[in-house]
Design a protein around this ligand. Structure first.
Ligand SMILES: C[S@@+](CC[C@H](N)C(=O)[O-])C[C@H]1O[C@@H](n2cnc3c(N)ncnc32)[C@H](O)[C@@H]1O
Length: 272
């Protein structure tokens, strides 16, 4: 059995504690959540589908290099969503384990593996608690999950514990929902503090004794989303009822700041 150690835990004054505090400060206030017509945290599997011709990103390049060292070529995709990270390695990986606590995401992962002929195992669970169920793999991938976790130290320690050859963790350069902060102020009067960034995550990794290679890059624009579907999604994210979608659309149109997550990405990779 693999034991996950968190050497720093969340001792006051540590980078791990700072990360937890930054995340806690961004939680949706209880009284707003209690009246939300739908969960603001639910993510749509459609938006995370793997693509047939994956872009040649730094994350993918590290993954290809790590897998080239192994005969088994196994991958563990933590927070797999619909499998975009691991299925970008079709033709390189021989087996993929996907773990995710969202059953609709995991169903999309299974569908994509079947469609693309990738041998797979799907594990319904949260990281790092699910580690005993996933086992280890040559390559551990974790794309765009770090900002979903309050205890990044335990989370990242688990990634290292599960990896036989390499870990690739990809993040937005800053919290991907931070662009919504002016809208939280506008619709709820909630003032959000400065968001966590990839540099805060790097400090947590460093505190764990990990010295990752750090690659900063810019992602290609996402395919355009249906404008009405986008307004519905943002309205739900803001815990507002559907009848206020018109106000949200008008606020988005009038806003002179960013209205989407940043394109800047950071790839952290390290050897266990
Ligand atoms: C933004 S999506 C990214 C999905 C996929 N990795 C990608 O890059 O397309 C984040 C995913 O992480 C999952 N997730 C959130 N917290 C998690 C945790 N503690 N353990 C595992 N998965 C988690 C969510 O359910 C969701 O599917």
């Amino acid at each position: 059995m693999v034991v996950v150690e968190t050497p720093t835990g969340t001792q006051p004054g540590t980078a791990a504690a700072r990360w937890s505090a930054l995340m806690a400060a961004r939680a949706v206030p209880d009284e707003i959540l209690a009246h939300a017509p739908a969960s603001p945290y639910r993510q749509d599997p459609e938006r995370f589908r793997p693509v047939a011709d994956p872009p040649d990103t730094p994350s993918r390049r590290v993954g290809v290099a790590v897998l080239a060292e192994s005969a088994e070529r196994t991958v563990l995709d933590v927070g797999c969503g619909a499998g975009a990270a691991s299925l970008a390695l079709v033709g390189e990986a021989r087996h993929v384990v996907g773990v995710d606590p969202a059953s609709d995401m995991l169903a999309a992962f299974v569908g994509a593996c079947l469609e693309w002929g990738m041998p797979y195992q799907a594990v319904l669970g949260s990281w790092p608690e699910a580690l005993p169920d996933t086992g280890t793999a040559d390559l551990v991938l974790c794309h765009h999950v770090g900002y979903d976790t309050a205890d990044l130290a335990a989370f990242a320690a688990g990634l290292g514990a599960a990896a036989r050859r390499g870990v690739v963790m990809e993040l937005h350069a800053t919290h991907p929902q931070a662009w919504l902060d002016p809208f939280w102020q506008r619709f709820h009067g909630v003032r959000r503090p400065a968001p966590p960034t990839a540099d805060d995550a790097l400090a947590v990794l460093t505190e764990l004794g990990v010295e990752p290679e750090v690659q900063r890059w810019t992602a290609d624009p996402r395919p355009p989303e249906d404008p009405d579907a986008r307004v519905v999604r943002v309205t739900r994210r803001l815990c507002l009822p559907p009848e206020r979608a018109g106000e949200v659309a008008a606020a988005l149109a009038a806003h002179d700041g960013p209205t989407a997550p940043p394109a800047e990405r950071v790839t952290f990779s390290w050897r266990p």
